[in-house]
Write a protein that binds this ligand. Structure first.
Ligand code: PGA
Length: 245
């Protein structure tokens, strides 16, 4: 095993400056667990302020524009996010695919821009409940990966079944293992690419999910909003002995 574990929190459209007290509890844990990459993706408004509190917790954004600058009112570029203190950016989250009609080819273009700005994209893929019930979960995810992942640059994949996000439902460990294996075998740099699972990860199920060989951590929504829950999820990350980072 040569991949580091990454525990990433996605605060979505939640968080005010007072929320940054979160780091008082989580930053010391990140210092103690140097073997694990720990990341918080707050709303963009908090990235700069968070960078003064986050210590060894890395920061990321939740989206970026496909262009690096220009006349795009209300949008934020990858360069700006990097300048604000982000190292990662979540791209193609199912909520953006649904709310903003983002397509996989657009996600791929954003990923190219993010990589050239020096950010590591976390590219989200995942099937709907209807896809899974129709037996086409893997076909859908394979297509999303093929269309969303750029040809070059370090990226991370987050497999997030849409029906598991924010619902309290999680995929079975067998289904997670199968999907991660399928994604890994599709990627040119599969052996070294971190593949996260997301969808109702919480303190009570994190250890079981993170123990799977092809799961390199989690993308955590609701349970990343409370320092105690997120800390418990970090603690559930197994120690991986051989690491290349
Ligand atoms: P959840 O969200 O943990 O609240 O299900 C995960 C995500 O949307 O990344």
């Amino acid at each position: 095993m040569s991949r580091r574990m990454l525990i990433a929190g996605n605060w979505k459209m939640n968080g005010l400056r007072a929320s940054l007290d979160f780091f008082d509890e989580v930053a010391p844990l990140a210092t103690a667990r140097r073997d694990v990459d720990i990341l918080i993706c707050p709303p963009a408004t908090l990235i700069t302020a968070a960078s003064e509190r986050s210590g060894s917790v890395a920061l990321g954004a939740q989206d970026c524009h496909v262009q690096s600058a220009g006349a795009h009112t209300g949008d934020i570029s990858a360069n700006m996010l990097k300048d604000a203190g982000a190292r990662y950016v979540i791209l193609g989250h199912s909520e953006r695919r649904a709310d903003h009609h983002e397509t996989s080819p657009q996600v791929r273009e954003k990923a190219v821009t993010a990589v050239s700005a020096g950010l590591t994209p976390i590219i989200c893929v995942g099937e709907t409940r209807a896809d899974r019930e129709a037996g086409r979960a893997q076909a859908i995810v394979v297509e999303q990966v093929a269309q969303s992942v750029p040809g070059e640059g370090r990226i991370i994949i987050a497999y997030e079944p849409v029906w598991a996000i924010g619902t309290g439902l999680t995929a079975s460990t067998a289904d997670i293992a199968d999907m991660h294996d399928c994604i890994r075998s599709q990627l040119a740099a599969g052996e070294t690419t971190q593949i996260l699972y997301g969808g109702s990860v919480k303190p009570s199920n994190a250890a079981e999910i993170f123990a799977l060989e092809d799961v390199d951590g989690g993308l955590i929504g609701g349970a990343s909003l409370k320092a105690a829950d997120f800390s418990a999820i970090i603690e559930a990350a197994p120690v991986r002995t051989e690491e290349t980072g």
